[in-house]
Design a protein. Sequence first.
Length: 376
Amino acid sequence: MATRPGPGPRRLALIFLLAGCAAIRPVDPGLSARLGELLLVGFRGTEVEENAELRHLLCDLKVGGVILYERDVATSGPRNITSPEQVQRLTRDLRARALSCAGRAPLIAADNEGGAVMRLNARAGYPPTLGHGELGELDDVALTELEARRIGRMLREAGIDWNLAPVVDVAANPFNTVLVQSGRTFSQSPERVTTHARAYLRGMHAAGILTALKHFPGHGSSFEDSHLGFVDVTRTADLAAELLPYRALIGEGAADAVMTAHVFNRNVDPRHPATLSAPTIEGVLRRELGFTGLVVSDDLLMEGIVSRYGIEEAAVLALRAGVDLLLLSHNTLAQDQSATDRVINAIRQALADGRLSPEQVETALARVQSFRASAR
């Protein structure tokens, strides 16, 4: 019996082309134009004038927010902050530039926990501040609130509207270098962490500053630093204790935003670290703890993420997992100035090939917009 000839090479090529095209769907131009709003981005420079990088971020990409750093990790020199007068001028001009070309002001964020992690510090002409560890050891709740209010006033005067603090990690591991030994945690007691974080939030809110609880679901039990590599807390995490501050503060309606940690816990998600984990964000944070506000990632350029996933895949996975705002510091040892454009292109491609749904992105955009509107 004669066999029927198969399709020729040209026909095969057409079949494969059509099959590939069938998986691609058009991305709504209006949605595509807003993808930059999903990014909180760092930059180099102390002035807006003649800063081509800032013009690209604010006017071409229309990013949702910018984050300020005092020192440049790669060069050890100044990055964005040199004096109180310079910072006021920078933030004023940032808002003016964004309003003129994007029609809205960006979020302006910075890490100002107090103590060791304080971008508005003595090197830049600001007064010294107390860190979480010092406040927790003194255990004077009124002092914690007053110190937070003082830091908050410094931020308001500087033109910064979002403080990426407080740290609500429980100091479970005394050998943890990135948080515990550096004095960035209030206490090894979850109850004391909750009490002082609550006071810290009251102080910040009294000063009109937005906040972020970090690092969800807990980084205080780790031995490794996610800035430097992959962090596995499967054997060390105590979720009952580490989630207690989040459970209490979210339940009270005190949490403005939550920042994720790049920690892997096989007992929660056997595939991905928390920032990229739907079981962690949509499961634990959203459904179990009932948080409906903004979720911001820790820096996606940290080695704990880029070394295993690359920035494009990480961004898509984070949005799929329930992150609303992606932090790209551009302030790591391995500088990657193309990351912001590549992330936006990766999100657009994921929308086209169905890995991200328009509904997921629109939900994230709505949370970002609502959060930005709450900046006072």
